[in-house]
Structure formats: structure tokens, C-alpha cells
Design a protein around this ligand. Structure first.
Ligand SMILES: [Fe+2]
Ligand SMILES: [Fe+2]
Length: 312
């Protein structure tokens, strides 16, 4: 097994690490804490005082460690950052969070992180809706899938706020649904997800199964009905041309329709292996000309446009 050293100073008091940590004693690495360990200031000082300036993790836990660092950066710095800076920071936390859940399971702890990210997103956008513009649409295509979900959560929440929804619980259902909407892709190979050419029939069937696969992952979780519906139905279209069930407008909740608008907008404005990103205006024009009315709701589309209007 491969290990890597990290600086003990990167651990923060009052935080919990969801991976095993080891200390070096002589030539051996000794198991020091189990996943779920809560760190106190005294324990961290004691560790450094005893000369353990470095502590070790398994190489395979690197993404969990990165996620721990990003989350704590946001937790500690949120109050010092402007809303725009916070939105950018939330994108990085959301990316590392998604990377972790694509690699392992949607554990109780991961749900706690999704809740934290959603809360941050909602309070920041309620404070300054124009901070939504701080999202960079240009995340490299290797990371497209990981950044995509948190961007969809951000756009969906901003659309809902623009429509006048300010209730935290209602906004949270939308934000959480957005963060987890593509979780059903976690078991699909990245080669298929990022494939440059056309998908074979078999590959396309796998991709089309992701809403139901995602719903299966969350159906027994604490996630609300609406958040689960976003995962199951975000590829449905108003005219019945979507999947998996070909639902029509009357049977697609508004929150799901909002997530669909956000999902398509992000796909059009992002750089992926099989397309170059479009400027925002071009993407909105394309949506308006080709999708709004038949496939997407006009009022939710207009709310998205309004998110980007400069404040008077
Ligand atoms: Fe999807
Ligand atoms: Fe998506």
C-alpha cells in the first residue's frame, strides 16, 4: 500500500477526518486515528509537540483529504469572503465533494457535507444574487462532471430565488437535488462520460439509465421527495420527449423543471471533451430558439436570464 505525508498543521481543531491517519515510529507507520476522529486543539498541539510534524494518509485517501481541506477552508473563511469569492470557493468544495462520492459511497457523512454546501450556497445567493456570475464556466473537461453538479445546484438555487422563493427549506430541496442530480453516473466509466465521439447504443443505454440508477442510490436516504425527483426526472422534457419516462409538463414538478433549465445551460456553457463551451449569451439564445416552450418552461428560462442581469 502507498502512503503520503501531509503536514500535521493542515489539520484543524474541531474538525473530523473521515480517513485513517498514521504516524511514523522508527521505520513503521502506525495506525493513529480511525475515520470519524474528532480533533481537539490540545491533541493537535500535543502531536506537533512530540515531533510529529508530519502525519501519513493512504494514497487512495488523497481525494478525501483534499475535500477535508476545501471544506474547512470554506468553514473557516466564509465570513471573511465576499459573496462572489464564497461562490467560487463553494464550486471548489462541491467539486472535491463530488469526486469523493463518485469514488466511494454516499455515506451519512457525505450527506452532511452536501447539506453544508447547500446551506452555504443558499445564504450566499440570498445575500447577493449577482454572485452567481462568479461561476467559472471553463472548468477543464477532466473535471467537468465534478464541477457540473455544484454549478447546476448554484444556477437552480439562483433561479428559484429570482422567482421569489426565499424559504430556506424549499431552496435546500433544490440545492441538494442539484448537487446530487447526476450521482447515477458514478458507476459509469469516465471514458464513456467524457467520450469524444458518438456513443454506441450500449453506451448510450448506460448513460440514459443514470437518473434511475441515481434514484436507486438515494431512495432510502433522508433526502426529500423533491430532491429525489430532481435526480430521477431532470432529463424529462415538457413535451414528453425526455427520459426515463417521457413525462409531460403536468407531471414534472416545478423544482425539477428548474434543475433541467440549469442542467442544460451548464452543459452548453462548459468545456467538455466533445464540445467547446459557448459564451453565455449564445447558449441562452440557443435555448430560447430551440427549447423554450416545447421542452423548457419560459418563466424558468426567463428567471435564469434575470440572474445574469446587472443590478441597477
Ligand atoms: Fe443527468
Ligand atoms: Fe447533469
Amino acid at each position: 500500500m502507498e502512503y503520503r505525508a501531509i503536514s500535521t498543521e493542515t489539520l484543524i481543531d474541531n474538525s473530523s477526518t473521515n480517513f485513517t491517519l498514521y504516524v511514523r515510529v522508527g521505520n513503521d507507520l502506525i495506525n493513529y486515528t480511525k475515520p470519524g476522529h474528532e480533533w481537539s486543539k490540545d491533541e493537535l498541539n500535543d502531536l506537533v509537540g512530540k515531533g510529529f510534524e508530519k502525519i501519513w494518509i493512504k494514497d487512495g485517501d488523497s481525494n478525501k483529504y483534499n475535500n477535508y481541506i476545501e471544506l474547512n477552508k470554506l468553514k473557516q473563511g466564509a465570513r471573511l469572503l465576499s459573496p462572489s469569492e464564497r461562490i467560487s470557493s463553494i464550486q471548489d468544495v462541491g467539486m472535491s465533494f463530488n469526486k469523493c462520492i463518485f469514488e466511494s459511497e454516499l455515506t451519512q457523512e457525505a450527506m452532511g457535507q452536501a447539506n453544508f454546501i447547500s446551506d452555504q450556497l443558499i445564504t450566499t445567493l440570498l445575500e447577493d444574487i449577482s454572485s452567481v456570475q462568479a461561476i467559472k464556466g471553463l472548468a477543464s473537461h477532466d473535471y467537468y462532471t465534478y464541477y457540473h453538479s455544484v454549478r447546476v445546484a448554484t444556477y437552480s438555487t439562483a433561479i428559484a430565488i429570482t422567482l421569489g422563493i426565499t424559504d430556506h427549506i424549499k431552496l435546500k430541496e433544490i440545492a441538494l437535488g442539484g448537487i446530487l442530480h447526476d450521482i447515477g453516473k458514478k458507476d459509469i466509466s469516465m471514458d464513456i462520460i467524457n467520450k469524444a465521439g458518438a456513443l454506441t447504443n450500449e453506451e448510450w443505454n448506460l448513460m440514459k439509465a443514470h437518473p434511475e440508477a441515481g434514484h436507486e442510490i438515494v431512495q432510502d436516504s433522508e433526502l426529500s421527495h423533491i430532491s429525489q425527483k430532481i435526480i430521477l426526472s431532470h432529463h424529462e422534457k415538457l413535451d414528453g420527449s425526455g427520459y426515463p419516462f417521457g413525462l409531460t409538463k403536468a407531471n414534472i414538478p416545478d423544482q425539477v423543471q428548474i434543475a433541467t433549465v440549469a442542467d442544460i445551460f451548464d452543459a452548453l456553457t462548459s468545456s467538455r471533451s466533445y464540445q467547446n463551451q459557448r459564451p453565455r449569451f449564445e447558449a441562452l439564445t440557443l435555448m430560447k430558439e430551440k427549447m423554450v416552450g416545447d421542452k423548457l418552461d419560459l418563466s424558468f428560462f426567463n428567471a435564469l436570464v434575470n440572474c445574469f442581469k446587472e443590478k441597477p
